[in-house]
Design a protein around this ligand. Structure first.
Ligand code: F6P
Length: 348
């Protein structure tokens, strides 16, 4: 083997650059040339006027300079074209023409599906789970999740300081797509009183009752941490009707958001609840020591697997150690939500 490629795909996550750095270091060590594929799978389609905008030889010195930076130097994207079989064949041909004999794919489950398809077309791929969401069952942690949780903990602590100063509750929304892990760990890490996640069905009335009990018990400054995917698990509630009854101006096409939940709680619990959506700050942080360590080991293992002709694998963490397994088996695993921690947060 003489040349491999590396790409980052899906939402960026802290640690992606560190993983690319590790791949670059290992490639250099084993005498392999390394091609950086730009903007996820888009780069494999070679649609730019200039090939350098799609695939570029990676220079280790440049990569060393950006290894501890958040974001992704290679850029990232979700590539809809790659869903089409004829485009994937085109991509595989381009990859073969470039002399790339294997690819390290750093991304989430969508990126893993793309990697599996490429393997079937004769391009060995190894995946590193780059996503803040922690939504891949086969690994204890995804790359970027630890940093995202730390970011949320910092921000929620700041929000709790101002909540405390004004004696008013806060509703804080965190990311995670359909997975409540960021919310769960961030809530536990800040002593937040209520946590709402997509994995557990919930009702606005239960949350309001809980908050009212806290207020009556002498805690008017509680924090409700809500995962962005939790709206799908909300029991039906005629909130537009309810808010109109309180004299609030609501349009028929308004949607239920964190700020709406804060407003509903305001009227139901008679408190000045305020909403905050933490958003992209969670993705754009410098990787934590944990994520940087994971990136380092994973990048090296990925290169070693490809060198040894072992493709169609993904790398994860089991019992605190970095390991690998076939992509299809990893994707078939069912996530195990930590209900015990959820109950602990919401009942203590
Ligand atoms: O998958 C990572 C993630 O940050 C999710 O938590 C979030 O739902 C999504 O990406 C946001 O994606 P976009 O960058 O397209 O807004």
């Amino acid at each position: 083997m003489q040349r491999i490629g590396v790409l980052t795909s899906g939402g960026d996550s802290p640690g992606m650059n560190a993983a690319v750095m590790s791949v670059a270091k290992s490639a250099r060590y084993y005498g392999l040339s390394l091609i950086g594929i730009k903007r996820g799978y888009n780069g494999t389609l070679c649609k730019s006027h200039n090939i350098e905008d799609d695939m570029v030889e990676l220079d280790l010195d440049t990569i060393l300079d950006i290894a501890d930076q958040p974001g992704t130097y290679l850029r990232t994207a979700r590539c809809l074209d790659f869903m089409r079989p004829e485009m994937r064949v085109h991509a595989a041909n381009n990859i073969h023409e470039m002399g790339i004999e294997g690819i390290v794919v750093i991304g989430g489950d969508g990126s893993y599906h793309g990697a599996m398809e490429l393997c079937e077309l004769g391009v060995p791929c190894v995946g590193i789970p780059g996503t803040i969401d922690n939504d891949l069952a086969y690994t204890e942690m995804t790359l970027g999740y630890d940093t995202a949780v730390n970011s949320c903990v910092d921000d929620i602590r700041a929000i709790r300081a101002t909540s405390r100063s004004h004696d008013r509750p806060a509703v804080v929304e965190v990311m995670g797509r359909h997975c409540g892990d960021i919310a769960l760990k961030a809530a536990a890490g800040t002593g937040a009183e209520i946590c709402i996640v997509p994995e557990v069905r919930w009702s606005v009335q239960d949350v309001a009752d809980h908050l009212s009990r806290l207020v009556a018990g002498g805690n008017p400054r509680a924090t409700v941490v809500v995962a962005e995917g939790a709206w799908d698990a909300m029991q039906p509630f005629a909130w537009q009707h309810f808010l109109r009854d309180q004299g609030v101006n609501v349009h028929d096409d308004d949607v239920f958001t964190t700020n709406v939940l804060a407003k509903v709680l305001k009227y139901k619990c008679h408190v000045e609840a305020r909403g905050t959506i933490l958003g992209y700050t969670q993705r754009g942080r410098t990787p934590s020591a944990y994520d940087s360590w994971f990136a380092f080991e994973a990048g090296n293992l990925a290169v070693n697997l490809l060198r040894n002709g072992i493709g169609n694998q993904v790398i994860g963490i089991k019992d605190g150690r970095v390991y690998y397994m076939p992509i299809s088996e990893a994707l078939a695993q069912k996530r195990d939500f930590n209900l015990q921690l959820y109950n602990m947060i919401n009942t203590l």
